[in-house]
Ligand binder design. Structure first.
Ligand SMILES: Cc1cc2nc3c(=O)[nH]c(=O)nc-3n(C[C@H](O)[C@H](O)[C@H](O)COP(=O)(O)O)c2cc1C
Length: 221
């Protein structure tokens, strides 16, 4: 079982979000997972230009670090997204990474995977930011098992209880993978997304050759 943590804090190991990610990955390791951390704020990932070439060829026009990071996620059973709250959202680095996954969303490439998200905020909004990242995981096809949103100004007892919560969420993620847990509400959402994406690909099948090929392969045609 492989679980990868993708963090997008420019402050990296010196930041507030990193220790929560470490605690989550430690929890996952204690449940038998092999783990890895990638800090995409230290990677070279370009903005999506909206050229739609990836829909057609499965490849981006840029030869940067995106593909390397994305293939690590494809090899993972579990994914943890971690980002500080920057102006009530994820950091620009995380959003840039998300924008590069429109093809992956059409193809529902995280189907069968599990994940959850972690955010810290100086004042407020960490819960909303982690829920936004969870939504991205679900839109990609993954099931989400929980989330951690720590508003530092409100955390009177400091980091320790939050690290404990993150540790438990890491354990929960690994256990969901092991037991192939199912969540009826999320199953319904995945069914809706699969149908919507399938119809979108079929409507554009002449242009979006890579996505059409992917869909046919998935359906065993
Ligand atoms: C550019 C920038 C924008 C921020 N925006 C917010 C915000 O909208 N709300 C908030 O509560 N904290 C905000 N913060 C504070 C960070 O969310 C907080 O310090 C966070 O824990 C940083 O995580 P890190 O140390 O892992 O990078 C912002 C910090 C920076 C540098």
């Amino acid at each position: 079982m492989k679980i990868t943590g993708v963090i997008a804090s420019p402050r990296g190991k010196k930041g507030n979000t990193y220790p929560l990610l470490i605690a989550a990955l430690t929890g996952a390791e204690d449940e038998g997972a092999e783990t890895e951390i990638i800090n995409i704020a230290k990677s070279d990932i370009n903005y999506c230009t909206g050229c739609l070439k990836c829909f057609k060829s499965g490849k981006c026009i840029y030869d940067d670090d995106f593909e390397k990071v994305f293939s690590k996620l494809m090899e993972s059973d579990g994914i943890i997204f971690a980002s500080p709250n920057y102006i009530n959202s994820v950091t620009g680095q995380m959003k840039t990474f998300f924008d590069r996954m429109a093809d992956a969303i059409h193809c529902q490439m995280f189907e069968g995977k599990y994940g959850f998200s972690i955010s810290t905020a100086g004042g407020s909004g960490a819960g909303e930011v982690s829920e936004y990242m969870n939504q991205t995981l679900r839109v990609l096809g993954a099931d989400t098992t929980g989330h951690i949103g720590m508003d530092i100004a409100e955390a009177e007892e400091g980091f320790k209880p939050w690290e404990e919560r993150a540790y438990e969420e890491g354990q929960k993620l690994a256990s969901a993978i092991k037991n192939n847990d199912k969540y009826p509400e999320q199953e319904e959402f995945h069914k809706y997304m699969q149908e919507r994406m399938e119809n979108l690909i079929l409507a554009n099948k002449k242009e979006w050759k890579h996505e059409y090929k992917h869909l046919k392969k998935k359906k065993g045609e």
